[in-house]
Design a protein around this ligand. Structure first.
Ligand code: URA
Ligand code: URA
Length: 253
């Protein structure tokens, strides 16, 4: 089995769904037993070349660039310091700065840390985060090959929405991270990230399914993984958005 159907099934498997309903009776569906089965797939996840590198990653220029970027990212973190620029510092356990590869081609931006992220200091590690990890893996990437951050870096009390003054104080640091990483693609997770990054009040239902140009990148809004936990049917649209991202990654810049 290969092609779109395999990729679609693989996506659901990565998202933790291990069975599906086939509309045809099994007897009429020659592929049924193989579709439901989990036997090995020769070509590796999705049959895509994960992290295909046109440049030797151990060549001196590449290593120097990587070291430079890591140092620059530490500078941004140092400038943020033990931030008290907004009122959220009073409630937080720790700042959730962002995590991943400074040379990532793909960046994910969520809303704000939740309880698990506040406790661990790492974005997207709770239930929604585990789903995001599977979404990333569904397009043949690992979490450490992308960069993950949020619009704001401290957990709002009771996970309320970030307020305008908090975004205003915090977003310059996210913008510096974007400018440093220079991702080719930014996936905005959910209404809040999409509206903030794109400076619009349009609903997520109108934003997703489209690709925007901003920050020198293609911005792809999609549903937030927390929304998918409540509304699993939305995974179909997210899968469409992930295929768009995979296709754009495969186009050489
Ligand atoms: N939801 C978010 O938007 N960000 C996180 O880091 C975790 C949950
Ligand atoms: N509403 C949201 O706030 N986010 C989504 O991802 C979908 C609906």
């Amino acid at each position: 089995m290969s092609g779109p159907l395999q990729h679609y099934l693989k996506f659901f498997e990565e998202m933790g769904i291990d069975s599906i309903r086939l509309n045809l009776p099994a007897s009429q569906h020659p592929q049924a037993s193989r579709l439901a089965g989990k036997e090995g797939r020769g070509e590796g996840a999705l049959g895509v070349k994960a992290g295909s590198a046109s440049e030797n990653v151990f060549s001196p220029p590449v290593l120097a660039r990587a070291a430079g970027r890591a140092a620059h990212m530490r500078e941004i973190r140092d400038d943020l310091g033990d931030c008290v620029r907004c009122k959220l510092h009073r409630h937080r356990t720790q700042i959730v700065f962002g995590a991943g590869a400074e040379h990532a081609e793909l960046m994910f931006v969520g809303e704000a840390p939740g309880a698990d992220e506040d406790a661990q200091g790492i974005p997207f590690v709770g239930r929604a985060g585990q789903l995001l990890t599977r979404i990333i893996e569904s397009i043949g990437l690992k979490r450490d090959q992308v960069y993950i951050a949020n619009i704001i870096k401290c957990r709002p009390p009771q996970n309320r929405n970030p307020e305008p003054d908090e975004i205003e104080k915090c977003s310059p640091f996210l913008l510096r991270q974007i400018a440093l990483i220079q991702p080719r693609i930014i996936c905005a997770l959910g209404k809040f990230a999409a509206q903030t990054l794109l400076e619009t009040t349009a609903p997520i239902s109108q934003l997703r399914g489209r690709v925007f140009d901003k920050f020198g990148a293609r911005v792809v809004p999609t549903f937030h993984p927390s929304y998918l936990l409540r509304n699993p049917a939305g995974k179909r649209e997210v899968w469409e958005d992930m295929k768009t991202i995979r296709r754009m990654l495969d186009e050489r810049p």
